[in-house]
Ligand binder design. Structure first.
Ligand code: NPQ
Ligand code: MG
Length: 374
């Protein structure tokens, strides 16, 4: 079996509500789905989780499309036919950075490879759980109103979510956290700053300690390793890195230096599911809890993330939310919460396919690239 063809589908999907974080407000999800087609007609899918502009990380959708077409696809053309997932991963390593673009391509190829073997991604990765407890990430309300926040959190609690994560930034932290904690004294609660603070905020962030939070996610700039050590010493609440973790080595370093005690694993941010699994394995070995982050994935990325979240080290509830958290209409059959949980897909590969009509409706651009010729 060879993979003959890749199709890039760029989709624009309106969000059910604007998502405001410390880096900006998103109204529309602008992403790319990669479709890989094999010589025997098997089709696999990967999702590129870039945003349209480089606000969360340096990657962005136009740049990801460019690096895929100009550099990553030519690299894949050098691979022998039927190359295994590890060979694909190594081939892509000749290009520096661009983990989200690499993840999209390598997952599409992995999906074809697994479908040809009739094995599910969950089984391949070593998932030990069939159902995943789900958390939800709550943006900063446009109105900056505590009432609006409590209303939104209340709707998620009513929907069954088992953990709440609040986005915070300077000026929107102690008060909203206190209000949510007062309204739901027992719900697992955590915060995510997306790098909005500085080292000088250490004493301020320590004032979150009384609210019994699971963790404070990425308070400082992604390269401020030592700053996160300082914060870990200043705060009783565990510090958890997201944007700073880009590889197995950065995960290992951050743990050894004491910059983090919990890790948010996002396959897009680390370049694929094989690296995500390796970071999981390293953490499991050391008794470090991990959880699966989210990038407003469609059903394609969501399905694969659920498989990953089924691994034994994912002991902290993640951001694997239902489709309806972000989208009125998902690209796949919607993932619907059942008692605050989602099922790990059991079909071959990622276990889901885009619905052709929905895909066509949401597509704003597409391109075909052949893999079997230069
Ligand atoms: C995080 N995700 O953990 C990210 C950040 C994030 C679920 O909180 C468009 C595309 C908007 C990706 C907003 C969650 C986004 C995005 C925030 C990712 O840091
Ligand atoms: Mg985060």
């Amino acid at each position: 079996m060879t993979i003959d063809l890749l199709r890039l589908h760029r989709l624009n999907i309106p969000l059910v509500r604007p998502f405001r974080t410390s880096f900006g407000t998103e109204h529309v999800r602008d992403l790319v789905l990669v479709e890989a087609v094999s010589s025997d007609g098997i089709r696999g899918w990967g999702e590129c989780v870039t945003m349209s502009w480089p606000g969360y990380s340096a990657e962005y959708t136009d740049g990801a499309i460019d690096v895929m077409q100009r550099h990553l696809v030519p690299t894949l053309r050098e691979l022998p036919s039927g190359a295994d997932p590890q060979a694909v991963r190594e081939a892509l390593e000749v290009v520096r950075g661009h983990p989200m673009a690499k993840n999209a391509l390598s997952t599409a190829l992995l999906d074809v490879w697994l479908r040809a073997r009739e094995e599910s991604l969950g089984s391949y990765l070593g998932a030990t759980r069939e159902r995943i407890d789900c958390g939800v990430s709550v943006g900063i309300p446009a109105t900056e109103s505590i009432t609006a926040l409590l209303e939104e959190v209340g709707s998620y609690v009513d929907a069954g979510y088992r953990r709440i994560k609040l986005k915070i930034e300077p000026g929107w932290d102690l008060e909203p956290v206190a209000a949510v904690r007062a309204a739901w004294p027992d719900i697992p609660l955590q915060v995510d700053a997306n790098q909005a603070y500085t080292r000088s905020h250490a004493d301020h962030l320590a004032q979150l300690d009384p609210f019994n939070l699971n963790l404070i996610e990425q308070p400082l700039h992604e390269e401020d390793w030592y700053g996160h050590v300082i914060l870990s010493e200043a705060c009783a609440t565990p510090i958890c890195l997201d944007e700073s973790i880009l590889s197995v080595d950065s995960a290992d370093s951050a743990l050894r230096f004491g910059a983090t005690t919990i890790i948010n694993i996002k396959p897009g941010r680390v370049g694929g599911y094989l690296t995500a699994r390796e970071i999981h394995d390293l953490c499991l070995d050391r008794g470090v809890p991990v959880w699966c982050g989210g990038m407003l994935e469609t059903g394609v990325g969501r399905a694969a993330n659920l498989a990953l979240a089924g691994l034994p080290g994912f002991t902290v509830i993640g951001d694997t939310s239902a489709s309806s958290r972000y989208y009125a209409v998902d690209v796949t059959e919607p993932f619907v919460l059942d008692d605050g949980r989602l099922d790990v897909p059991t079909g071959p590969g990622i276990g889901v396919d885009p619905l052709p009509d929905v895909l066509a409706d949401l597509t704003v651009w597409s391109a075909e690239v052949r893999l079997d010729e230069g």
